[in-house]
Write a protein that binds this ligand. Structure first.
Ligand code: UDX
Length: 457
């Protein structure tokens, strides 16, 4: 099949390359010329394991193309995927201006029957919105009855559930494929496209498919906020949230996944999607208090963690005169303290800094006068643009040199495999604040560290 994918962000790029890999002719379109030029040179705009190899392979095989020419790509495509960004507005509502722009572009180029698929996460009713925008902007003929035969179209909702860091694997083997289509014939066309993947497919109406995406993300976010609230109770009572989560997760109705207590959820999806669903619910007269609580619990994770850090690091007595130790010292409660940060991206295996907890935590610690040294395996280039005051290091050992404390913010696998004896010897004082519970508390303390984690005694 000939496919056009509009938008070369996470969803668009991965969608495009997967369909190409499955044997289709795919053109990925983006209006940012530099992005397209880079992609044509084999340079990826994001870090995603396996993506670069797969893109290169399909470009060489002449199945995958990158272009700024929306018109040409739409004209030759049977199916057009809209994969543009849907950022939040200040009030939590989803900004559909990029979707609208894509729909207008499609409208101007339609030259025969097309299936237009919304793959971006969009609020219920966006399928109708896209249909209306296209109808209004079809230059060939605005009156449907007068349009030349064949210039009709259908709009489908086919939400994407891929996670950053495992996007290729998720897209090739999703738990389910949701196809919200207006008719059976249209659904069958999408079924054909996905047939080789061999995963469960569910055909629904367009509205239901749109809601399935938000309901899924909201449910997962609920699991995270739930276990984080339980972590707070564990801290107050002396229980261990890791054991509690394991015990709860053995119930097959609940499951082990997404019960890791920590600093809460970040990234480009959960926070904005939950807010969007709250907003949509309100629009329809429903006060979704449960979702508001999920956000509220999540918002309190970082301040709670920083309190633990400050409680241990800020001296009760007025701070003694600070010896510079080679760094320019700040003012504030943490003046004179050197804090090493492990992990900057919003989660492991990505360089994505959007809504990363590191930004919030580091900014508070900097404001309190601390010197921050940090290391992340792939996100440092992105982090430098947002956190210029941080001293970036080549690895976790360099971060540890002379540090008064280490703070674990992202649970990269390599941090679990560090030589902790070496880390201890490099630090000024062996103190660890583990925001992701990656170390065994007893073992770490036995090694001589003072160790604090989330929801564990
Ligand atoms: C998420 C959804 O999983 C995916 O289906 C959807 O398409 C997009 O949003 P993503 O944002 O890539 O994917 O990350 P995910 O792995 O779901 O993690 C989201 C956040 O939750 C991260 O900040 C992560 O650290 C946090 N998290 C996750 C926890 O705090 N605890 C957990 O147990 C799991």
């Amino acid at each position: 099949m000939n496919i056009c994918v509009i938008g070369t962000g996470y969803v668009g790029l991965v969608t495009g390359v997967i369909f190409a890999d499955l044997g289709n002719d795919v053109t990925c379109v983006d209006k940012i010329k530099e992005k397209i030029d880079s992609l044509n040179k084999g340079i990826m705009p994001i870090y995603e394991p396996g993506l670069e190899e797969m893109v290169k392979r399909n470009v060489v095989d002449n199945r995958l193309f990158f272009s700024t020419d929306l018109h040409g790509a739409v004209e030759k495509a049977e199916i057009i995927f809209i994969c543009v960004g849907t950022p939040p507005k200040d009030n939590g509502e989803t900004d559909l201006s990029y979707v609208e722009g894509a729909a207008k572009g499609i409208a101007k180029s339609i030259n025969g029957y097309k299936i237009i698929v919304n793959k971006s996460t969009v609020p219920v009713g966006t399928g109708d919105f896209v249909r209306k925008v296209i109808e209004k902007n079809m230059t060939r003929n605005t009156d449907p009855s007068l349009r030349p035969a064949g210039t009709s179209f259908d709009v489908v909702s086919n939400p994407e559930f891929l996670r950053e860091g495992s996007a290729i694997a998720d897209a090739l083997s999703p738990d389910r494929i949701i196809i919200g289509a207006p008719t059976k014939q249209v659904a069958v066309k999408l079924l054909e496209l996905y047939a080789t993947i061999g995963r469960p497919m569910l055909i629904t109406d367009v509205y239901s498919a749109e809601i399935i995406k938000y309901a899924s993300n909201a449910f997962l976010a609920m699991k995270i906020s739930f276990i984080n609230a339980i972590a707070d109770i564990c801290e107050l009572t002396g229980a261990n949230v890791t054991d509690v989560a394991k015990g709860v997760g053995y119930d097959s109705r609940i499951g082990q996944a997404f019960l890791n207590a920590g600093l809460g959820f970040g990234g480009s999806c959960f926070p904005k999607d939950i807010q969007s669903l709250v907003h949509t619910a309100e629009k329809f007269g429903y006060n979704f208090k449960l979702l508001k609580s999920i956000l509220d619990i999540n918002k309190k994770r970082v301040p709670h963690f920083v309190e633990i850090i400050k409680d241990k690091l800020v001296p009760a007595e007025p701070a003694p005169a600070v010896v510079s130790r080679g760094y320019k010292q700040g003012t504030g409660g943490l003046k004179g303290k050197i804090i090493g940060v492990l992990g900057l991206s919003f989660k492991p295996d990505t360089d994505d800094m959007r809504d990363a907890k590191s930004v919030e935590i580091i900014n508070i610690l900097l404001n309190e006068g601390a010197v921050i040294k940090a290391y992340d395996p792939v996100a440092m280039e992105n982090a430098k643009k947002i956190l210029p005051a941080v001293k970036y290091c080549a690895n976790a050992y360099e971060v540890s040199e002379g540090a008064d404390a280490l703070v674990v913010i992202t649970e990269w696998r390599e941090f679990k495999l560090l030589n902790m004896e070496r880390i201890k010897n490099l630090m000024h004082s062996p103190l660890i604040f583990d925001g992701r519970n990656i170390y065994d508390a007893e073992r770490t303390r036995k090694m001589g560290f003072e160790y604090y984690s989330i929801g564990r005694p």
